[in-house]
Design a protein around this ligand. Sequence first.
Ligand code: KIV
Ligand code: NA
Length: 291
Amino acid sequence: ALPRTVRSIRKLYEKGEPIACMTAHDYPTAMLASKADMDVLLVGDSLAMVALGREDTNTLTLDEMIHHCKAVKRGSGRSFVVADMPFGSYELSPQHALKSAIRMFREGRIQAVKLEGGREIAPTIAAITSAGIPVVGHIGLLPQRQAVTGGFTVQGKSEETARRVFEDALSVQEAGAFAVVLEAIPASLAQFITSKLQIPTIGIGAGHHCSGQVLVQMDALGVFDRFRPKYVSVFSFIETNICRFVRVYDEIGKRAQAALSTYRDEVKSKTFPSEENSYDLKEHEKVSLAK
Ligand code: KIV
Ligand code: NA
């Protein structure tokens, strides 16, 4: 089978086949998702939290993002790779954004960039797409702007804000984005937007009427104990019962930790390594160093 492209993603959308998207932040997470035949891998800036242990996404630099893009690209197989433009790499002007996007495209080898924002970012989306770099929009909840919006809450609940989210969707489409992420908006609004747009919507906390879905891999795999108060993720607001949109498909964190404890205990008790984990020589091959 051929690698995915903007065209093949478009074909899925036209067929009405949901687009499966999952984040990846390094070689192994990319390999796992691409072997699971994911349509799209997203090098989300959530990696600042889930791979680097930072408090939010805003300290991630363009150089750091490119470093992660390269690793993901090596493990991406047939999956289509989209990467987030980090905070500070695209806001100053469309030219500034284009320069950053070109670096991500050429150095990071990713196939599309994603930018947070609606109508205010439309000229930027237009500049990047007209230079030949595919763009995915991102509207609704915007984690990079949490300092202004005051945290993580569902967007577009009132008629006025819902209209604004819809208008943002139209602006992003008009500017040339080939898909748009809808984050943390009511399912009914996501359904309405999906029915009105002519590009696929990729939902996260946006119900099942979107053209596709995305989750953060570390959340979906249950790598972190999400109830540990120190675990700060874009998605920790789910625990404040606004919306529980992550489905945890496995408890990989617990299983990995148990495996590591077993290893540690076996080192302490000298049950690892055993003979079968060791190299040994046949009797006649043995050399004597005792001289
Ligand atoms: O950074 C990220 O992982 C994201 C999504 C989950 C949409 O932007
Ligand atoms: Na992101």
